[in-house]
Design a protein around this ligand. Structure first.
Ligand code: ADP
Ligand code: TYD
Length: 208
């Protein structure tokens, strides 16, 4: 695989989608071939959505997301990397590590199950205070899943959301990543985050 895999990670509404769009446009304008892929977006998503509220256990959610990941890995990520393209991934294995481990699936088991996945060339970790995540998320609406309501942290949707984001944020920052990482303060402006990311990606591409 001679392409580059760049991963975007962080809690809800930390700005991944916004930056991926900008970075993709920028890289294409520079003449690179770019492919993007998003967590839980394969052809099984309509099925996952249809059973969302039927009380599935954490292990079942873990399996659905793993199946989604494998489908996108085989059909999108591997072919793109094999033909030398840059892949921008909106979430990678760390989303499963963070979310599913909070829900009780052991981290070493998660690491084994996802061990087939390529180690990214660069992982960008968007760090955002949970209150700001909630403020931004209110526009779209806080869903029971985004609030981690099944964890029983609070009966109040917004309070549960804040506690769940805080738990995820801590796991993102304490995880020991094998690859190069760039931690971004996601409270900064869209423009300044974009500049930091493009600077680092340029270094990565030119280092070859
Ligand atoms: N740096 C930023 N400052 C303020 N608002 C932002 C910033 N980045 C993104 N947003 C806004 O926050 C919301 C969530 O951003 P989005 O890129 O969809 O996050 P994610 O994909 O991580 O969930 C959107 O309304 C977006 O316009
Ligand atoms: C309802 C539920 C969803 N999920 C998963 C399904 C989705 O992949 C993910 C996010 O759900 P979703 O509500 O679709 O989030 P968003 O509003 O950000 O699109 O959570 C669980 O892991 N456990 C649950 O109990």
């Amino acid at each position: 695989m001679n392409g580059k895999l760049i991963v975007f990670e962080g809690i809800y509404a930390c700005g991944k989608t916004t930056q991926i769009k900008l970075i993709k446009e920028h890289l294409i304008s520079e003449g690179y071939e770019v492919v993007d892929t998003k967590w839980n977006s394969s052809e099984i998503k309509p099925f996952t959505d249809s059973i969302k509220l039927q009380g599935f256990t954490p292990l079942i959610w873990f399996s659905m997301h793993l199946a989604d990941f494998i489908l996108r890995y085989e059909k999108i990520v591997k072919p793109a990397l094999n033909s030398g393209k840059i892949v921008l991934a909106d979430r990678w294995v760390y989303t499963a590590f963070v979310r599913d481990s909070i829900k009780g699936v052991p981290l070493d088991y998660l690491e084994k199950c996802y061990s087939f996945a390529k180690t990214p060339d660069l992982t960008l970790i968007f760090d955002l205070p949970e209150q700001e995540s909630l403020n931004r998320r209110r526009v779209k609406g806080v869903s029971p899943a985004s609030a981690g309501l099944d964890l029983g942290l609070s009966n109040n949707l917004e309070e549960s959301y804040l506690k769940y984001q805080q738990l995820m944020r801590m796991r993102y920052s304490s995880y020991v990543y094998k690859e190069q990482t760039l931690k971004l303060n996601a409270i900064n402006s869209i423009e300044s985050i974009f500049e930091s990311i493009t600077g680092r990606i340029t270094e990565l591409i030119r280092s070859d």
